[in-house]
Ligand binder design. Structure first.
Ligand SMILES: *Cc1c(COP(=O)(O)O)cnc(C)c1O
Length: 386
């Protein structure tokens, strides 16, 4: 069966009544069948997961072609678990200049206090990556496309270097939702996702997942999440599981709408550059074509605004595009990104011309979204002419 079918029919169908969806158990205590079970190595306890967690983990294993999935309470905690599971005091972790800011901060602030050094790298500079690996590193943390700036890494080449230098690889796969990219197929050791984004899909719950097929890493992630007491409540797991049923269908509309918007924006005088890996104008378009089977609803563009008040005029005129963090839900969002960029190894500013905006194309009719953008561009040109 194809993946979309398996994501719908992955129910065990157990329990007193056969329901389409799993029963939603709310439980800390699980009543054990007999006294002997009290002394078994892994006595059942709610924190280790209930039926809904097991079904969600199975769905995510299907999606990411992984043997093992561990759920976490947020996307950020998934990133933190993946990084922390692969390092110990005295190690070094290589961190992409373009990964999600809070993941970078976890490595640079939290792991540092645990005796782990972090070193940044430019996700497009294989020579630099090889040099850093040859100096010694336990793990490398990638995100492709990069958060906010959408660089596509040459992941298979980085994996080859990593294996040669005994470095474990982590990739944040939230952008593709596991629908358009399977990092483990590209040789990556650990894939992570913020389920909060596309898997939940309705901007109403948090969740994260860490996926791997490496038995040694499975052990590390199990131990670490047990030691830290990491678990996710059944309601949030349920929201994520429900999202898996419609994930591919939603993603194909997010993809189509984002492409329509990106193509339209490419022809607008108020836009200096559209940054979308599926456009041939993107510098890493060939890598995207090779490693991804599609694109999601998130992309960027450089607005031709020469100061803050022009930027504010554009944003203030939008009605459908809401201003807000996160993405992946049914609603369209836009945020200015300049303040969130911190680059140490790659020079983003030199190629930059205008204000960087990140767009999430929601599930509204794309014609209405284009009309909304037009309101913004009209307000921008009025501002420029005053
Ligand atoms: C949002 C996001 C996260 C964090 O997810 P939360 O659920 O908000 O903690 C991690 N990585 C990427 C790429 C994200 O976009």
């Amino acid at each position: 069966m194809k993946r979309s079918t398996r994501l719908i029919h992955n129910r065990a169908g157990t329990g007193p009544r056969r329901t389409v969806n799993p029963p939603l158990e709310h439980a800390s205590t699980i009543i054990l069948p007999d006294a002997a079970s009290l002394y078994s190595q892994n006595p059942a306890y709610g924190r280790m997961g209930l039926s809904v967690h097991q079904e969600l983990e199975a769905a995510l294993c299907t999606l990411e072609k992984a043997d093992f999935t561990r759920l976490t309470p947020s996307g950020l905690s998934a990133c933190a678990v993946a990084a922390a599971a692969l390092v110990k005091a005295g190690d070094r972790i290589l961190v992409s200049d373009s990964i999600y800011g809070p993941s970078r901060r976890f490595c640079e602030r939290r792991l540092k206090r645990m005796g782990v050094e972090s070193e940044r790298f430019d996700p497009r500079n294989l020579g630099q990556i090889e040099m850093l690996m040859s100096e010694g590193a336990a793990a490398i943390f990638l995100e492709s496309p990069g958060s906010l700036t959408f660089e596509i890494s040459d992941t298979p080449a980085i994996v080859t270097l990593a294996r040669a230098h005994n470095v474990k690889t982590i990739m944040d796969n939230t952008w593709s939702a596991g629908v358009f990219c399977q990092p483990l197929d590209l040789g990556v050791d650990v894939s992570v996702q913020a389920l909060t984004k596309y898997v939940v899909g309705h901007a109403d719950a948090f969740g994260g997942a860490v996926m791997t097929s490496d038995p040694g890493i499975v052990r590390e992630i199990r131990d670490l999440t047990e030691d830290w007491g990491i678990s996710i409540g059944p309601d949030d797991a349920y929201s994520a599981l429900r999202g898996t049923r419609t994930l591919e269908t939603r993603l194909s509309q997010h993809q189509a709408s984002a492409l329509q918007l990106a193509n339209w924006l490419s022809g607008v005088p108020g836009v200096n550059q559209v940054i979308h890996p599926a456009l041939p104008s993107h510098p890493d378009h060939a890598l995207w074509l090779r490693d991804f089977s599609g694109s999601s609803g998130l992309f960027g563009f450089l607005l031709d605004a020469s100061n803050q008040s022009e930027l504010d005029a554009f944003l203030g005129a939008l009605e459908l595009f809401k201003l807000g963090f996160s993405w992946g839900g049914f609603e369209s969002l836009i945020i200015p990104c300049d303040a969130q960029l911190t680059r140490l190894k790659s020079d983003w500013t030199s190629e930059k011309n205008g204000h960087l905006l990140r767009v999430h194309a929601g599930l509204e009719d794309p014609d209405d979204l284009i009309a909304d953008f037009q309101l913004g561009f009209d307000a921008l040109s009025r501002k420029k002419n005053t």
